[in-house]
Ligand binder design. Structure first.
Ligand code: G6P
Length: 476
């Protein structure tokens, strides 16, 4: 740390570690292997960086500490704040609203109050860490008010914001009773990054409709108290990626390759292994996918003794009602299909309600002939990119929903509309029976893209644009 603070501060809802408190009150932590931390780690280490975020536990007060050459600054949330800010406003209001209202968003004023208060706390924590003129990079929908709140405390900072999820069309965004405050919150940033060009233009359209500010292309001109232009904000796409090389390397190790073989054997050496990997979330189209797969068995177009679907559904947001309902539905559906088409020693669907470390994921990807990514709406979908990065054998087919950010980038995938069950059935069969030459050609094309556009490139490009933006005073 410089004498007055850190030169790069990342602010995210979660810290990049899992923290546990022992019985004697001592705190232990382990790195959690998110893509974001992998991307930012080298930049953070070079840049003398701090990361401000929530520990994941209720009421846990921990002093800032160092981990892997990075200062971690825990923000405390009470049990009530977790309920109102995290489970409530973030994941039962904004999440469904920003994902095309697939589930009904709930609008509660006391959730909004908690969201504002917690955003203020994050802004204060970031302000306390940042050096004069530092870069602060705020992440995702849980913290949309932080840019403005932070600028109020520290006008000297260069502030970036990245939205990892979709930004909705105005007609949906308008439902939010606090839509104007959210737009103003985001406009506290100098640079606002989105996954897709469409998200950035949805945002700019909302700015035009909900404020009096003028916009030109990606640039929004802010006004000072005197009504004169005070600074510019840029809203632009920066599609996120993964640490592609790491997955490629992992999948080439003899251990992972042996494990992939073992997985296929344990599945009974079927001819076709299909794979779905998702957080158990209603945006992921898990039910649509399973329905299509079940119908293929029913129609006799897939032989249940020769094919199987492995569905990894990692537990997520289990206190939120819509997630509890989804779990019931998915598990009911899996049970019905397995009851109908399973045999002793063979299940039609292997349903796994767990999360797995990266080496096991790489082995699963290698073991799968067809990867099914059928989200109804998804900011990017990194699973699709991980599958591709793991397939250095140039084998495997990717069925990919049009409603993912990844679909904008991954030419070579079999694109589907997950609402069109018949169309999805055809694409699944196409993937399962694809001509090997065509498969190789498609996978090579996919791999060129995923290996060249990795997450390091993503963070460099965002931070590069942010650092190169003219400082505020240019416009005054
Ligand atoms: C999405 C969001 C992230 C979030 C992650 C896991 O990818 O964009 O901000 O961290 O889901 O969800 P959780 O609620 O467990 O943090």
């Amino acid at each position: 740390m410089g004498k007055d603070g850190f030169s790069l501060v990342v602010v995210a809802n979660r810290l990049p570690v899992d923290m546990t408190v022992a019985e004697d009150g001592s705190v232990d932590w382990q790195r959690s292997p998110g893509g974001l931390v992998t991307a930012l780690e080298p930049v953070m280490q070079d840049a003398d960086g701090a990361w401000v975020g929530w520990s994941g536990a209720a009421g846990l007060e921990v002093e800032p500490f160092d981990a892997d050459d990075m200062r971690l600054v825990p923000v405390t949330l009470s049990a009530t704040e977790i309920e109102r800010y995290y489970e409530g406003f973030s994941n039962d209001t904004l999440w469904p609203l920003y994902h095309d209202v697939i589930a009904q968003p709930a609008f509660h004023r006391h959730w909004w109050d908690a969201y504002r208060r917690v955003n203020q706390r994050f802004a204060e924590a970031a302000a306390a860490q940042a050096a004069q003129g530092a870069i602060v990079w705020v992440q995702d929908y849980q913290l949309q008010l932080v840019p403005k709140l932070l600028r109020e405390i520290r006008p000297d900072l260069r502030i970036g914001f990245f939205n990892h999820i979709p930004f909705p069309p105005l007609e949906l965004f308008q439902q939010l009773p606090w839509r104007r405050q959210v737009i103003e919150g985001l406009l506290g940033a100098d640079l606002i990054g989105f996954q897709r060009a469409g998200d950035a233009s949805n945002f700019i359209r909302a700015v035009r409709r909900l404020t009096d500010l003028t916009t030109r292309g990606q640039i929004i001109t802010m006004e000072g108290h005197d009504g004169k232009p005070s600074r510019h904000v840029r809203a632009a796409p920066f599609p996120i990626s993964i640490d592609s090389q790491r997955f490629d390397d992992l999948a080439r190790t003899p251990e992972v390759q042996a494990r992939a073989k073992e997985i296929r054997e344990d599945l009974g050496d079927p001819e076709i292994v299909m794979l779905g990997v998702d957080r158990l979330d209603y945006t992921k189209g898990i039910r649509h996918r399973i329905k299509a797969y079940g119908e293929l068995l029913q129609d006799g177009r897939l032989d249940p003794s020769k094919s199987t679907l492995v569905q990894v559904a990692s537990p997520s947001r289990e206190n939120v009602g819509a997630y509890q309902e989804l779990r019931e539905h998915v598990e009911g559906l899996v049970g019905r299909i397995n009851g109908e088409y399973g045999e002793i020693g063979h299940s039609a669907i292997h349903y796994l309600h767990h999360s797995y470390p990266p080496d096991e994921m790489a082995a699963l990807y290698l073991a799968a002939d067809v990867m099914l990514v059928t989200s109804l709406r998804d900011g990017m979908n990194l699973v699709a990119k991980e599958y591709v990065a793991a397939r250095s054998d140039d084998n495997g087919a990717l069925v990919l929903s049009e409603f993912t950010g990844a679909a904008d980038e991954l030419a070579g995938a079999l694109l589907v509309n997950p609402h069109d069950i018949d169309g999805m059935k055809e694409a699944i069969l196409h993937g399962a029976h694809m001509d090997p030459k065509d498969k190789r050609k498609r996978m090579r094309r996919l791999r060129r893209r995923v290996l060249s556009d990795d997450v390091a490139k993503w963070s460099e490009s965002f931070l590069g644009v942010l650092s190169a933006m003219p400082s505020r005073t240019t416009y005054v």
